[in-house]
Ligand binder design. Structure first.
Ligand SMILES: C[S@@+](CC[C@H](N)C(=O)[O-])C[C@H]1O[C@@H](n2cnc3c(N)ncnc32)[C@H](O)[C@@H]1O
Length: 237
């Protein structure tokens, strides 16, 4: 994040503080209006979600409903947790499932950044995720007892896991861990399960699209793009 000094710095700090206060209020109001206009859908919408990204969170909610109603057996996972803001939604919609949470909790790894630089995929080193925090993440969870923290470099941290999965959110921004995420989780996905890959349409992280396209081509798979910010794709088995 850019640092400002002097009067500009104070103004920027005030603007950021005001935004931090009004953003959740606007977001909540927006979601109440959206939910209130949904008729004849046979179920309650909301349930503590949607303070994040309406399209992604509501898609997750609908997908979870399909998985839970079909009583599919398996765990949930997120690769790229940061401070747990999307993970808390996964935790809410899957109250009876284990949730594996993978992150270095120290930001990007040099190994992954090297590939970004060599291929001009992103200026990844400039995005700082070093404020990732396990304690803060667990405090946000409604069912913290379901969470299994896997701290360290993915996919190394996935070694020895032989569970099946019904939902996985891959949100690691960079080409190599995205490709490895699909390689690890798609074969372990139950029939009827889903994988989200965030940032597919991001102009900041161009390696995401490359990784998704490569894995899909190698395995003859199709996927569905969401209109969330900045573009998730959904694989379904
Ligand atoms: C965009 S953030 C995740 C945001 C989070 N899903 C949310 O909704 O707030 C990306 C995270 O991926 C993690 N990450 C990137 N590459 C990784 C790797 N190879 N192994 C483990 N974690 C990684 C970073 O540490 C960072 O916390």
């Amino acid at each position: 994040m850019r640092n400002f000094t002097g009067k500009t710095g104070i103004r920027v700090k005030i603007a950021r503080a005001v935004f931090a206060i009004i953003n959740p209020i606007i977001s909540r109001a927006f979601n109440i209006v959206l939910c209130a206009t949904m008729f004849n859908i046979g179920r309650k919408r909301g349930g503590g979600l949607y303070s994040y990204d309406y399209i992604r969170a509501s898609s997750l909610e609908l997908i979870a409903d399909e998985i839970n109603n079909r009583k599919l057996d398996g765990c949930a996972a997120e690769v790229g947790v940061f401070q747990g803001d999307f993970a808390k939604n996964i935790n809410i919609v899957f109250p009876d499932r284990k949730l594996f949470l993978f992150d270095t909790f120290e930001g990007f790894s040099d190994k992954d950044i090297k590939i970004e630089d060599e291929n001009n995929f992103s200026e990844s080193v400039k995005k700082d995720f070093s404020a990732a925090n396990i304690e803060m993440t667990l405090k946000k969870m409604k069912y913290p007892q379901n969470c299994i923290i896997k701290k360290g470099y993915f996919p190394d941290t996935a070694q020895g896991i032989d569970e099946k999965f019904v939902f996985v959110n891959i949100d690691v921004d960079l080409y190599l861990p995205i490709y490895n995420g699909l390689k690890f989780f798609y074969p372990r996905l139950q029939k009827g399960g889903y994988i989200f890959v965030h940032d597919y349409n991001s102009t900041l992280f161009k390696g995401v699209k490359e990784a998704v396209k490569k894995y899909a081509k190698e395995n003859d798979l199709s996927y569905f793009p969401l209109s969330d910010h900045p573009g998730t794709v959904v694989f379904m088995k």
